[in-house]
Design a protein around this ligand. Structure first.
Ligand code: URA
Length: 273
């Protein structure tokens, strides 16, 4: 049975940025058929429109002559002259997220999202894990689903390092508690690497490396030892650091960095979102 082709919908509007409609679940933007074909490297958008008009393109087994039809490359089976169309290019983006940006594709409250910072990135890339609105620092985004899943798989214990400014003067005993792991509402955390950087008269600066990605984990761990996070910056994801990035900017990972991430996750293969 061919799958139903999704109906055309007008673009949803978010602030001044024009967004495409999103797939069920709100996670992936849809693309027009013409764009999917040209992005997959078949030819220009003008050529793609002509081929679609000529009836050479099918979506879920049905010839589709409308180049502006919205499609979801992950769920729709698209063929050109009988050959499956896939978006080949993998993107691995390392963003220095500022505070005040949400890490979702569309925010119902209209706040700025990290996608507003990805100017010129026209494939959809999903964020690997999350950072709170008030957290700044490194956020990896990619359309390589397998690597993303490997990096967020709690069994792999992939390390992420945070610079923490905590209220009050944390004692060695409190730091030891963090190191051993603390009991949170969703269970005991894994041990953390905790380094005291310095005390000021009113607060403590720490570096904390954790190997899980639970919701607000660092904030909740610090609260569990009776302090409060005043500032949180993710400074490292595995081997990736903030070096060379200024706040609000991003860069592509090098092939060596992608290979290093794969090796650290036990050799995840490349997969398309
Ligand atoms: N831990 C937190 O509490 N917040 C983040 O944004 C990331 C890790």
């Amino acid at each position: 049975m061919p799958r139903r082709v999704p109906p055309q919908r007008p673009s949803a509007k978010r602030s001044s940025v024009k967004s495409p409609p999103v797939a069920e679940g709100g996670k992936r933007p849809l693309k027009t058929l013409e764009r999917v074909l040209s992005k997959a490297g078949f030819g220009s958008r003008t050529e793609a429109r002509a081929w679609i008009g000529d009836g050479r393109v099918s979506v879920n087994g049905l010839v589709m002559r409308n180049p502006d039809q919205w499609v979801d490359l992950e769920r729709d089976y698209i063929t050109f002259d009988g050959k499956q169309v896939r978006d080949q290019a993998r993107r691995y983006i390392l963003l220095y997220k500022p505070k005040g940006y949400v890490t979702t594709y569309q925010d119902p409250e209209g706040r700025p999202t990290v996608y507003d910072l990805l100017e010129g990135v026209d494939q959809f890339v999903a964020q690997v894990g999350r950072l709170d609105l008030d957290t700044s620092g490194l956020l990896l985004l990619t359309n390589d689903t397998q690597l993303a899943e490997a990096l967020t798989n709690p069994e792999r214990h992939f390390p992420k390092t945070y610079l923490v400014k905590a209220a009050g003067l944390l004692t060695e005993e409190q730091l030891e508690t963090l190191r051993r792991g603390v009991e949170l509402s969703d269970g005991l955390t894994r041990p953390a690497e905790v380094k005291l950087l310095r005390h000021t008269p009113t607060c403590t600066f720490l570096e904390m490396a954790i190997t899980e990605g639970r919701n607000r984990q660092v904030r909740r761990m610090i609260e569990a030892v009776e302090s409060k996070v005043l500032k949180l910056v993710r400074v490292q994801i595995g081997p990736l650091t903030l070096e060379g990035l200024s706040m609000g900017t991003f860069r592509e990972l090098t092939a060596e960095e992608v290979a290093a991430l794969r090796a650290l996750t036990g050799g995840a293969k490349s997969g398309q979102r």
